[in-house]
Design a protein around this ligand. Sequence first.
Ligand code: PLP
Length: 286
Amino acid sequence: MTERVLALLDGTLADPEAPLLRADDLGVVRGDGLFETILVIDGVALELEPHLARLARSAAMLDLPEPDLDAWRSCAHTVIDAWRGGREMVLKLVLTRGPEGAGEVTGFATGAPVPASLLAQRRDGIAAVTLTRGIAPDLAGQAPWLLLGAKTLSYAMNMAALRHAATRGGDDVIFTATDGSVLEGPTSTVVIAQGATLRTPPAETGILSGTTQGALFRSAAAAGWHTSVEPIAVDELATADGVWLVSSIRRIARVRTLDGIRLPDAGLTSELGGMLRDAALSVAGR
Ligand code: PLP
């Protein structure tokens, strides 16, 4: 039973254990490239089209050639068809600027099991800490070279934030802007509930536009919730009826404590999880 799958962008399967990249690939030496991480359940890639649309947006922000989305769809399905692991698979699409001076991008897709740490977050929730990202919430529009909101391969800072959180007893992070507004997690979108309203911060703050948050809000609106995309002050987290980190593989994880303080729990996590499942069923394979 193979637990890892690798396909190249031309749709051919390759050995996931064999070397793949040239040592001068700009994705490796500069983090100059982008990626998407997609959950596949029972062979269905959730929110595939929103993920592909974001791949194309990220490529445009990096001035990479426009991705051939049909080739990516077919590469994704090659991985899905070759998977012999469990019901859930992490599908990752990676596109780099390619080897230095070659003028040709590198593209591949992998399939792998869901990491145990994210399964634990789904089940047990999260102890989160707030960390500053050190940017003003209106910087993204003024400084496109910062690539805020693109899903680039340059995640070293996000991973460093997670390690820093661990030194403070945290499992995860909620980044804040210099004005004290909420941004996102290193690999997730922040969603809060207040009464009958679900809220999340706007993409204009330079955060990644989340496909999971998009699916959740679509389903929540259909179930009669109000949804609102507007700035959230960090102080509002302490009094919300619930705070969650949502992302493709984690799905939904409740923030139990923030900076060591227990957050209120109105018991909404399973309802929101159900709405995410409904969203997945209603547009399976989109
Ligand atoms: N924000 C960041 C920085 C992320 O890396 C991710 C996903 O990994 C998200 C938000 C959530 O996006 P999605 O729901 O599309 O997985």
